[in-house]
Design a protein around this ligand. Sequence first.
Ligand SMILES: [Zn+2]
Length: 298
Amino acid sequence: MRYRLLLILLWLPMMLLAQAPKKVTLQVLGSGGPELTDKRASASYLVWIDDKSRFLVDFGGGASLRFEESGAKVEDLDAVLLTHLHIDHTSDLPALIKGAFFSDRKRDLPIYGPEGNDVMPATSGFVFRLFESGKGAWEYMGDFLDGRAAFALKPNDIPESRSPLTLFSENNVSVEAVSVHHGPIPAVAYRINVGKRSITFSGDMNGSYHTLEALAKGTDILVMHNAVPKGATGIAAQLHMTPKTIGEIAAAANPKILILSHRMMRTIGKELETIAEIRKYYKGKIKFADDGNRFLAL
Ligand SMILES: [Zn+2]
């Protein structure tokens, strides 16, 4: 009887600890786009759960240095989530994998991203074109695809879907994705849920699929890309959201905070105009991202 009481006394605090709300933090690694003049790393975000760097969303040029500066550990990553395969979202991926060679990582590393089309390879094809033995640009890293290295890369292609798909869900952490319109480029938005907390990433998109609204509904932090200014037309507007579109989507999703990132020379300096436009629709909190910024999901 006394033994059973002792077990209950031990079990209770462990259960309470397991259910304790986790601290979920967004860290901006790269707040810029592809330009070489914005003095920012290209698109990349880190999601911390308590003190562990668990998810990377995109990893464009300069992000590997920002990753180092953040104190993140490649051993702690549960997955790399690629919104699409443009260079400003993926080009530091080889640097991450080579860096991981020198780490204690033993767990396989899932890499999620969209399926392919006539314009772009699927995410799995992209990773194989980089590293495959005998074929890849960096074929000397082929060990990371065939199980001979300390861990393996596990690419996953996300099928086109206009309603959110759950990619995985375990231990109170889940990741959802939905297709978004980024001109001819297959692209997805992601939502990372940790208990009741969540962070949602638009990636690059122009809003015409109207899919982000449902994915981001009620999220704590919504990261949207401010790549074009008010009144943008032509190819720029086929690829990216205008401030009006950002405002309309944010109004529908109603996040606790809207973070504007992927800042480019054509939007930097127009922050007041951009906010005034978004404010016509969305009344909540807005922040512009800079490299290294941290935002706690509340
Ligand atoms: Zn981009």
